[in-house]
Design a protein around this ligand. Sequence first.
Ligand code: NDP
Length: 294
Amino acid sequence: SGMTTVIDGNAVAEDVRADVAATVDALDAEGVTPGLATVLMSDDDASSTYVSMKQRDCEEVGIESFHVEIDPDEPASELYETIDDLNAREDVHGILVQLPLPDHVDEREVLRRVDPAKDVDGFHPENVGRLVAGDPRFVPCTPNGVMRLLDDADVPLDGLDATVVGRSNIVGKPLSNLLLQENATVTTCHSRTTDLEAHTRSADLVVAAAGIPEFIDASMLAEGAVVIDVGTNRVEDSSEKGYHLTGDVDFESAKEKASVISPSPGGVGPMTRAMLLVNTVEAAAALTDSDVPL
Ligand code: NDP
């Protein structure tokens, strides 16, 4: 189609970071330095990369970062005690336990254990409940980033037919709830959906979050659809790294049909990182009863 807007997630994320940096300065003037603790209990390469990126992002905007690493062979109690300690610390306003966790650790217990007032991932059942009830505290970073991209691209959500492909607790489910809250009519698809194409083809907005490389192509989209690609899939290749990242959407074909499209990489990914910083300064402001406008 003639006029396709390609969303630049890096540029929007840069704006978000600039806002966060200004808030950090204002908090600083009140004697508060926002602090984020990251906890890693994994040998996984991707997980440790994510954690170091989050620390670097913090540094860049003036958020203090603390890091705890726990050997994945340690008993779960090590992690629980770490969380208890971080909950009690006054210089830690946000706590992020990097998922996935080793099999012998009960993930639900971990999510429940983090003080909901420091739960910057938004995965504590209290915060999940508040989101569903339309009274959000911490919105999970990836869906929050998607909403911010839609807002930035001036996509009117009121009355929009939205199809979300994926129903995970970290992406699909919270995003469906956020879109519903903004008065979209939401269809949530998953691996048991009978006729996926029918649901994507009839949608004004398609969000792809299934984790399958390039599986949504132009034939599955309506002319003029808004397409947000959350997928971040490692595809092996012969490069030095041995892989490259690709989305769930076949960008080249989809962009011919979409009115607005968010690519992957370069769309939701940078936004996810930026929204963690937003949640962390919000946690710091709330926990310290600061008057800083957010
Ligand atoms: P999960 O694997 O937890 O969930 C995938 C979802 O997709 C499930 O609900 C699954 O259905 C559904 N699904 C699987 N196959 C199909 C299919 N053929 N048709 C329709 N739905 C299907 O993944 P995540 O939600 O954690 O992540 C999704 C993608 O987003 C991944 O590529 C991930 O890397 C990426 N991601 C990117 C982030 C970012 O910052 N940009 C952050 C988080 C994730 P069912 O429930 O029935 O199994």
